[in-house]
Design a protein around this ligand. Sequence first.
Ligand SMILES: [Zn+2]
Length: 439
Amino acid sequence: MKSSRIFEDMDLRNKPSIDAGRLWERHRDLARIGATAGGGVNRQALSPEDGAARNLVLRWSAERGYEAQLDPIGNLFVRRRGIREELSAVMTGSHLDTQPTGGNYDGVYGVLCGLEAMEALDDAGVSTERSIELVVWMNEEGSRFRPTTMGSAVSAGQLQLAEMLRVRDRAGVTVEKALAEHLALLPRLEHRALGTRGYAYVEAHIEQGPVLENAGMRIGIVEAIQGLYAYEVEVTGFEAHAGTTPNRGRRDALIAAMSLIENLRQLLVDEEDQVRFTVGRLEVLPGSPNTVPGKVLFSIDLRHPDEKRLKRMDERILAACEGTVEGCVIRCRQVLASGPVHFDQGVLKILQHATRSRGEHFLRMVSGATHDAKYVAANTPSAMLFIPCAGGISHNEQESITQADAGIGAQILCDVLLDLAIQAEAGQSNSPRSRVPAD
Ligand SMILES: [Zn+2]
């Protein structure tokens, strides 16, 4: 194979081209594994279907001679060797697990784009200095085993392996047992230690929201993942007979909770419509039609891209949830404070440059949803690329994308991975920041 150095100044006509038809076929092949009557897939983490999907990707990889490894939490690494094995690898990837009524593109798209990019380099006879690694993260969805993004969070050291192996699904099966069953389905794979660090990580994903489609754009360059704070609120009133207790004497926990939630909603309204405030769970106790509710428990999910704003809203929430409302005692507990993650400026510039080089416009975006890249970014310069999905519909069997959008996203990912993987000049900083194109 030729040295890849020449590609630094290559013009577009000579750049490796992805095969959009092959990429589309592979989506069709994976959609058959765990297919549901509604046109989607049910391929939850470490299920036999998840194993079958990984096996198929491993078969395609083996046909190309790529090597595969598995780490102790079940993240799968597929490696296209570079000339200089001692250099850290350029990474890409996403997940193959789905929601119980999931679509055919969430996660799958990023995995197949990465594979397509590697194959396109093979087809063009291009070798790179750095290896390129495709990662299939374990349990991104968190529908069978909580929490979400388990594999990438354990890999980044942000969740503990031993603790996660003990997590059980609804049937009482632990992650440890499910992993052992999963291993039995896969071909023998080399062991990989936890704690992967790469030279850079770029994840392609469907947007899962309507912003790109509404803007008529095909490419979103994701600069950050917004922060998420979560709370549990307890409202304590007094249970009483629904027929005999006059309004004036009541301490109705539901009336208090309604008033409190409405008050919070008003407090957190913002002109820019960036605050995401959701009460998704509300439990009324004792839950009897003829008893005045004595207790209400509800959740708050609060998201925003700006950490300062999140902290200010946090103070407001805690202040509003102090003392009593409608004679009921309010208690609020923060259960999660995960700040926003800002992606690497160097990798973002390379993404922007590659997108422009293909004559595409892009939208700079903040991801509303969490992705594996959020954790990878803790140790590896990272960024994400979005393509639109019809109506912004995701986590739904109707999830849909076009072959053309899929193709252009994969092409840009391929260009970016190549650009990153040819960077290995001796004496230069071992970080993508050093080769940011001037623009
Ligand atoms: Zn996903």
